[in-house]
Design a protein. Sequence first.
Length: 173
Amino acid sequence: MLPVEPGVEPFCGDVGEPEARRQSFARQETLRQVVEAEEKQIVRATRQATLVPNWSAKDCQSAEGRSRVYLGCDGVKVPLVTEAEKKKRRETIRKKRQRRGRKCKPLPRRQLGADNAHKEFKVALLFDESKTHRNVDATRGNHEVAGRMTISHPYHKKTLEGLLRKYSIHEWP
């Protein structure tokens, strides 16, 4: 994930104090905007294959001196914002703007919400024995998409080139 700029860090903190709670809505909105902007940068970099690991197989030496990389993959349930929640948030924002009493620029178009509260994502992890070199990828596609994303992707092919051993970690039913 891209780093959060120092000026935005206060928006990411705990809002336990009463003064901070009053400003929590603005902080949540700013944090949401930061996360969405970073997401767009990451998606663009991934599609252009410029978001690549800064290590390769030759950097992944085991205790015996062999190059070795482990691959782990698992499914996780991720909470999403539903259409009803997005409509409720939009209405809250509108009411708050009306209470302010001054004219504001119009809200941007609302993006559609998710159809369910949770979706399954696949998370794949490549790492060496000492766990000093790691790479994590995630997709909401199925197991075939996860396989293409990890082993078959051009930048991973370059990363894994020259490996003597590859290990896959998975669960049996």
